[in-house]
Design a protein around this ligand. Sequence first.
Ligand code: AMP
Ligand code: GLY
Length: 437
Amino acid sequence: MSKYNVLIVGSGGREHALAWKVKQSQHVQNVFVAPGNAGTGMDATNVDLDPADHDAVIQFAKENNVGLVIVGPEAPLVAGLVDALTDAGLRAFGPSKAASELEGSKVFCKNLLRSADIPTADYRTFRSADDASRYIKDRFSEPTDPVNVVVKADGLAAGKGVVVCDTRSEALEAIDRIAARKEFGAAGKELIIEERLTGPEVSVLAITDGETIVTLPPAQDHKPANDGDTGPNTGGMGAYCPAPVLDEETLAKVESSILVPVVHAMKRSRRPFKGVLYAGLMLTPAGPKVLEFNVRFGDPECQPLLMRLKTDLVEVMQAVVDGKLEETGPLEFDPRPAICVVMASEGYPADYEKGHAITGIESADKMENVKVFHAGTQRVDGEVVNTGGRVLGVTAMGDSISAAKLQAYKAVREIRWQGAWCRKDISDKALATAAKA
Ligand code: AMP
Ligand code: GLY
């Protein structure tokens, strides 16, 4: 069997986890990550490429026996990197530009969900700040009236373009920021006002070639910065998998009433979806409803998911590229749960301090069933320093969720840099679910 090289595009914790997993494939010789971080530089080879420069990515892949390109983040997917690679005769895993609209435009996503009768919050779309404000003022007459709406910018806004509103003035302020002051730039050209839902949140990811759908075990993210789900929203402060909040029966319902119809609707609208389909769900009293779709692995959900995955990921991805997922057997997962605790820079999610030397990663990595995935790190003069808001994803597996949690936090305590912090309650929601049951 001749081996080939794999190129992973991106530089976060998700891409380090992908590189670590892909490296274990029997088909793979070298793993390149563009541009990568200090962690991918150790487990793979970093290449200094700008993912926005499609020609440079294509040229590198052609010159380096790259048999598969995996595009990690949403921005290059929405920009059409997979189309460019495919047109150049290369094999790329991830949805096309047209299919990535599912994440790139919340208006496209909501309209598709509505037309396919898929459960999601009621909504209206607006093209002007004035129309949106009038709608809010007509529905809620007093400035202090309690409201139950969520205001969302249409386009990509790094998770920041969503405002859950308690009062009328908060809703009007959100509309002003998104549609009048254009804080999120072109992402705010259109906006959505939707009904506010309640219930626990869960992420269900599936791999699909546009025909066959392979659902992965449910995971739970922790978006707010502080313990007890308080404080400002972040990219995700930790995740664990599987999430017991979604029982077998409800998962089957998610497949039949959400995942299958979305994949069919995408195919019908001539945007066949190939890649990772990520449903962000709220388990409402009326059943699971879609909050959003992402078109890639979640970060940090990817880290615990891939730590548990036993199947050769590259074989699965190649089957997706070939449209032959049907021929792949069921995925095999380690039965033990895994959790990922994100260690962040002082100040994150607002402005943060960079450039502090990090110690203890090696000793944490040596612990049993632990892997430290890097996100915002770089190697400078031989030292690993923090360069991003989310810096490391300390990931551990254990016989139970509490054992995995204990091991992950033990590893966290090995690691130090000035201002490092993390949430202390990652996965406690699982224990709360268990206590309820
Ligand atoms: P999104 O990026 O659309 O997933 O929104 C980010 C976060 O905002 C979600 O994880 C939810 O916590 C919250 N959110 C979004 N839409 C709603 C909704 N309709 N009702 C309640 N919370 C929501
Ligand atoms: N963990 C949330 C995301 O990747 O969007």
